[in-house]
Design a binder for this molecule. Structure first.
Ligand code: ZN
Length: 202
């Protein structure tokens, strides 16, 4: 139903509703930025032990394979699969359904905790590796901040996946805030830090 043509609301109210939808979107964006990463079906991950950094396996576009070859079902080309279900994201291994529970970029399975490290992400059908160039990352973050201030949704949505999957993240101490950043010892005034990588990797 077209509310305008129905004459139920005038143009001013329409404007307010758009503003509200807009405000809700940007609020969600801000929430997202303060949250650790989320599992994405279009990405690839290394699954590593939180305690010792040991590589358990990889997830590539929802398909899980153990790093070490373990006996595998005769008719299956892979070891497991990740499912996004209404009550969360789950890893199933063969006939063992829902053995690993994924929350954010952490997974709990058989009492062990693992971390998911993004290694690849599909953006508009193109595979991107996490951005590792600090200067480019800074430029993207600055561009995203401008897009956010100008409420330029299209520009922001183009930048966001590259920023999220980068090897860096906004400094947890100063949050890249003007003023606090300059004196910050955690990031040495850069406003961002390298994402923590588990011991023994790379
Ligand atoms: Zn800082």
């Amino acid at each position: 139903m077209d509310l305008l043509s129905e004459g139920l609301i005038d143009e001013l109210e329409q404007f307010d509703m758009n503003e509200m939808a807009d405000a809700a979107y940007w609020h969600a964006v801000e929430e997202l930025q303060s949250m650790p990463g989320q599992y994405r079906g279009a990405s690839s991950y290394d699954v590593v032990h939180i305690d010792n950094g040991e590589l358990l396996g990889t997830i590539s576009r929802s398909i899980f394979n153990f790093a070490k070859s373990e006996p595998r079902g005769a008719y299956s080309g892979y070891d497991g699969k990740v499912y996004s279900e209404p009550d969360g994201v789950w890893l199933s291994l063969g006939i063992s359904r829902r053995v690993g529970k994924i929350a954010g970029l952490a997974m709990e399975m058989n009492g062990c905790r693992y971390r998911l490290i993004e290694t690849e992400r599909m953006v508009d059908g193109v595979t991107h590796h996490p951005l590792a160039d600090a200067d480019v990352y800074r430029a993207l973050v600055d561009a995203a901040q401008v897009a956010q201030e100008e409420r330029d949704l299209r520009a922001f949505e183009k930048l966001r996946p590259h920023i999220e999957s980068a090897a860096f993240c906004i400094c947890p101490e100063c949050l890249d805030r003007f003023g606090a950043r300059d004196d910050c010892t955690t990031c040495a005034g850069k406003g961002f830090v390298t994402k923590p990588a588990p011991a023994g990797l790379r």
